[in-house]
Ligand binder design. Structure first.
Ligand code: GLU
Ligand code: MG
Length: 466
């Protein structure tokens, strides 16, 4: 133990020296709460070794914080007592290109005796990735980040006033239009440059459908790394935006009624280094384990919505024919299916994968990857199947035709999704009672908080929260 602590201290000392050489003075240690908010403690870079060996204190009450900073309680968590230790992961220690003098690292949370905190979302994600590994599966994941950029209002604005401001878009061009890239070319270059310097492997950046909306996609990899990446991407976009006098909203519904921001989760399944998406003579090219894994996700989607679409605002986004995947169905390259099977270029051995389209950026990404892995693995254990793929937009079919095809709408409210998560035995088992209970308590509190609000009020109140 003593040797391990000495080794950790030495590694942290070397990291701190590197940071000092790069002019870094402070390190932001982040974790994401159950409401999807990235919370932080910061330490001076010269104290990094202490943080790595002893952790940094933070209350467990944050597990029952809601997105409006109110505090609820679960059977296991809540109240002012107790403390946890945040341990930075030095493997992800990254100087922040758009915040000179700052570095970032994600943390794992333990109790004061060094026992993993049962509600630590990042360790949940890691446990599920290890579970997949023990089943011989290598699951490579990556998120898409969508955001809407507006001009920051002049002067200091209290949050409540800023939420009511009419949005002032810095680009006027059409959806997916080159005009937007020209109008904001310095800004977009700075976003990609900052990400590249931070070792984020950007695949694409493009204007999206809604006014002022853009998207960046990053290369898939280890699931915990994918969740770390989406946090880093978001904070980088936010910081670059601020340096350009702009503001980025990652909220599921920036303007009620318009196309929202998704945070789609891509996943590719491999065994022994070979993709399970491109096998010959199999259903849709999928190996049997891939069918069962995706079938498990499809079956669990109503419960998974309480993880991937965690805010009442999420349900403003989930409208038919908005490319948000609101029906419990899958399809080959169908952008209205909740699970889109992507075939990729014929000569790309890694091109085949699947995309869960329904999730948004209010989701805690660690919970999202952990819960999707748990659902997929349960699919393999229980021999889940995939029904026939859907073509076309289920939203344009009549009620009877949808019923004939067996297409069911996913939960249309947070309360309904929470009910499904509450009853999900596989997700309860995978998350454990403390994490499962805390997530449910937060969902119930958010549902109650916004119960009497109009869509516009919910969108305005949550627009700048994530
Ligand atoms: N903005 C859409 C959403 O709410 C997604 C558009 C796309 O397919 O990338 O998820
Ligand atoms: Mg998109």
């Amino acid at each position: 133990m003593a040797t391990r602590a000495a080794e950790q201290r030495e590694n942290a000392g070397q990291s701190a020296a590197r940071l000092a050489a790069e002019g870094v003075q402070n390190v932001a240690l982040t974790w994401v709460d159950n409401a999807g908010i990235t919370r932080v403690k910061t330490v001076p870079a010269r104290r990094l070794a202490d943080a790595v060996v002893r952790g940094v204190g933070m209350s467990p009450v944050f597990d029952v914080f809601t997105s409006d900073d109110a505090i609820t309680a679960s059977d296991h968590l809540g109240g002012p007592d107790g403390d946890l230790r945040l341990f930075p992961d030095l493997d992800r220690l990254t100087p922040l290109a758009a915040q000179p003098g700052w570095a970032w690292a994600p943390v794992d949370r333990y109790d004061q005796l060094g026992v993993p905190h049962p509600a630590c979302q990042r360790q949940f994600a890691r446990r599920m990735a290890e579970r997949a590994g023990a089943a011989g599966l290598d699951v490579r994941m990556g998120f898409e980040t969508e955001w809407v950029v507006t001009r920051a209002p002049e002067g200091h604005q209290p949050a409540a006033v800023a939420a009511q401001e009419p949005l002032d878009y810095p680009c006027a061009g059409p959806a997916y239009g080159m005009t937007r890239v020209v109008e904001l070319s310095d800004y977009l270059r700075d976003v990609t440059e900052a990400l590249a310097v931070q070792d984020i492997d950007v695949l694409q950046l493009h204007p999206e459908y809604a006014p002022g909306q853009f998207e960046v996609t990053t290369a898939p990899g280890d699931p915990v790394r994918a969740a770390d990446d989406v946090v880093l991407v978001r904070e980088t976009v936010r910081a670059v935006s601020a340096r350009h006098g702009l503001r980025a909203s990652f909220a599921p519904s920036v303007v009620a009624g318009q196309v929202g921001n998704g945070c789609h989760l891509h996943l590719g399944l491999y065994r022994d280094g070979r993709s399970l998406h491109r096998t010959a003579d199999a259903d849709w090219g999928l190996a049997p384990d891939a069918v069962a894994f995706l079938g498990g996700i499809l079956n669990a989607l109503p419960a998974l919505l309480a993880i991937g679409c965690p805010s009442p605002a999420s349900y403003l986004r989930l409208q038919p024919s908005h490319w948000a995947g609101i029906y419990q169905c899958w399809g080959v390259e169908n952008r209205e299916a909740a699970i889109r099977l992507i075939t990729g270029a014929p000569d790309d051995p890694d091109g085949g994968h699947a995309e869960v389209k329904t999730f948004d950026a209010a989701a805690n990404p660690y919970l999202a990857v952990g819960a999707v892995l748990a659902a997929g693995l349960h699919g393999i254990e229980s021999g889940a199947r995939l029904p026939a793929p859907q073509t076309g937009d289920p939203g344009t079919l009549g009620v009877r035709e949808r019923a004939r095809r067996g297409i069911v709408r996913l939960p249309a409210t947070l309360g309904e999704a929470a009910d499904r998560l509450e009853k999900s035995a596989p997700l309860h088992e995978a998350m454990g009672p403390v994490l499962h209970g805390a997530v449910l308590a937060v969902r119930r509190a958010e549902e109650a908080h916004f119960a009497d609000c109009e869509p516009e009020e919910i969108a305005a109140a949550t627009r700048w929260r994530w």
